[in-house]
Design a protein around this ligand. Structure first.
Ligand code: ADP
Ligand code: ASP
Ligand code: MG
Length: 585
């Protein structure tokens, strides 16, 4: 006998037939002697339909009223499912988020869960009831002490399920959906996507935040942090689906279930070198050729950044281990003879990284890292960001000072710091899955001073304005007046906030200006074995080149490589990369 949390998504409760079918499934699982808490989403596209209704009335409806409206969707499903269970003779009771004790922050629209008060739930389970809980909603206690209904953000029912599993110490949380599990990519976009039996929480977090909507990223964060057994499977058959594996197991701290310290490690990797190629011809195939040349010459490239370009030339910067710099230099010199451009390099660099779950998804963490370094007078040479790691390349003479300051700023223990750790995950696939995010926009901030603290103040301003940055790319190219450019990718709907946030900052820097980039799509490859598999990035760039797709921007982090392409090329790029890594069936 086990205590299971089973979450059924919108399509799984899309009509009365589906509701009756999952009631049967729940009834047989209960009959086997399991204790069950069932979390359900709103039926089909109800949440979208409710949102459209609101938009017909107001372009900017009050957030409180939006939560009041959207939370009704899940209430319809819980009551109907409970009725269906009663019809089958199963003692079931429906509960809203507030009734079941899901307590959240007071912010509307994307509240994080602070606590699940389990007394009522446990009492109902003890009475043998199947508790049917409305996903995606909770209750906050506002400053006046009044309870308010909140929602967790689109796709948030997964997060309700995993939070309940954590609070109840359930044996597993099963997410039932309309696909067989987590696939190598979205099967609606790439028909031959293949089911993965297992994927690690870190890989899943990257995929989920890069566009794989099969799981809400925050659900994966909670599973990773508290060691929840998480499974994604189909509600249409009895196949096993995908297991999301994790290792760490924290206790819920006093900060709140979803607010525990998101940074749980810092590491410094010394003896790094940065090579920067500027003014390289901008056409499909250039990045592929460069990194294939390096890979063929046995140079193992770590971080790669290709920043936005003026005219028709690109800047490509990458890091290698210092003992490979001479080899890399020779290969790059040969390369620029053909492709044009200029080579600069710097040895004696170190890479400082913070790791955790949901780093870029929390505005403020990257900004805090940059701010900590700038307060120590440390200039950041390169930045690499992802959901599980943010890295800064800095001068190696400042490495120890940096790691000390960051350990203190994020309140880490000595056991959570490491210097020059060995490469892990040697036997994992270099690329486990690929994802496409079509809802992205690019913002370039041009002519900003090149000194410590600039990236920090820009990121801090965006964090305070509630914008989650998806990527940050510092340009290598210096203007004649010594200023540089920095580019950000963010969710397209956040663009409307950006002028208002950046104007006060930009007015402090003479000549600085902001420019909205073109509509973009981001295609990403994710795999825990990426750091130990040379040539992975080259393979991705080659796949894009063969489909004649130009790469506007490249940003890598430890277990992911992302390329920004034009919005129109997005789907073609996803298919090319999936095929290029031979991921399909
Ligand atoms: P639910 O309503 O059950 O929560 P969602 O629509 O939120 O379902 O998530 C399931 C959908 O996620 C699938 O129908 C699929 O199109 C999409 N998806 C995107 N990436 C992946 C992936 N890597 N694996 C499986 N499904 C994916
Ligand atoms: N019904 C909500 C949505 O559509 C929550 C969910 O389905 O997870 O976003
Ligand atoms: Mg979903």
């Amino acid at each position: 006998m086990a205590l299971l949390i089973q979450k059924f998504g919108g399509t799984s409760v899309g009509n009365v037939e589906r509701i009756k079918a999952i009631a049967k499934r729940i009834a047989s699982c209960k009959q086997l002697g399991n204790d069950l808490v069932v979390v359900v989403s709103a039926m089909g596209h109800t949440t979208d339909e409710l949102t459209s209704l609101a938009k017909e009335i107001s372009s900017n409806p009050p957030e409180r009223e939006m939560d009041m409206l959207l939370s009704t969707g899940e209430q319809v499903s819980i009551s109907l499912l409970s009725m269906a269970l009663h019809e089958l003779g199963v003692p079931a009771i429906s509960m809203t988020g507030p009734q079941v004790g899901i307590v959240t922050e007071s912010s509307h629209g994307k509240a994080r869960i602070l606590e699940v008060r389990t007394d009522r739930l446990k009492a109902l389970l003890d009475q043998g009831k199947v508790v049917v809980v409305a996903g995606f909603q909770g209750t906050s206690v506002s400053s006046g002490g009044t309870a308010e209904i909140t929602t967790l953000g689109r796709g948030g029912s997964d997060t309700s399920g995993v939070a309940l599993a954590t609070a109840l110490e359930a044996d597993a949380c099963e997410i039932y959906t309309d696909v067989p599990g987590v696939l190598t990519t979205d099967p609606r976009k790439v028909p031959n996507a293949k089911l993965m039996k297992e994927v690690s929480c870190d890989e899943m977090l990257e995929l989920a935040s890069l566009g794989a909507e099969v799981l809400h990223p925050r659900a994966v964060e909670i599973a990773r942090n508290y060691g929840v057994t998480l499974i994604v499977r189909s509600s249409l058959d009895n196949e096993l689906g995908t297991k999301i594996t994790n290792k760490s197991e924290k206790k819920i701290g006093k900060e709140g279930l979803e607010l525990g310290r998101p940074v749980d490690g810092v590491e410094l990797i010394e003896s790094q070198a940065v090579l920067a190629l500027s003014n390289v011809t901008d056409k499909p195939g250039v990045a592929a050729e460069l990194f294939e040349t390096l890979s063929a010459g046995s140079v193992n490239v770590d971080l790669i950044i290709q920043s936005s370009h003026e005219g028709n030339s690109n800047d490509i910067t990458f890091t290698v281990s210092q003992d490979e710099i001479d080899k890399a230099k020779t290969l790059c010199k040969d390369f620029i003879k053909k492709a044009g451009g200029k080579l600069q390099y710097e040895a004696e660099m170190s890479k400082l990284s913070i790791s955790g779950a949901g780093i870029m998804g929390r505005p403020g963490i990257a900004a805090n890292l940059f701010d900590t370094l700038s307060r120590e007078g440390i200039n950041i040479r390169l930045i690499a960001t992802s959901e599980v790691k943010v890295s800064c390349v800095i001068d190696s003479s400042l490495g120890n000072k940096a790691i000390r300051a960051v350990t203190e700023a994020f309140e880490l223990k000595v056991s959570q710091t490491s210097i020059n750790p060995s490469i892990k995950n040697i036997n994992c696939p270099a690329v486990r899955g690929v994802a496409l995010d079509q809802g992205q926009a690019q913002v370039n901030v041009l002519h900003i001073p090149d000194k410590p603290g600039i990236a920090a103040s820009l990121c801090m301003a965006m964090a305070e304005g509630g914008i989650c940055l998806e990527g940050i790319v510092q340009s290598e190219r210096q203007h004649l007046d010594g200023t540089r450019d920095i580019s950000f990718t963010l969710k397209r709907h956040d663009l409307q906030l950006i002028d208002h946030i950046l104007d006060p900052l930009l007015s402090k820097w003479p000549g600085a200006k902001m420019e909205e980039g073109p509509s973009i799509a981001r295609v990403s490859a994710v795999g825990a074995g990426m750091p130990s598999t040379p040539g992975t990035a080259a393979k991705m760039f080659r796949a894009l080149a063969e489909s004649n797709i130009n790469i506007a921007m490249i940003a890598t982090s430890e277990i992911r490589t992302s390329c920004v392409v034009s919005e129109l090329d997005g789907l073609k790029a996803l298919n090319a990369v999936h095929e290029g890594f031979n991921l399909g069936t």
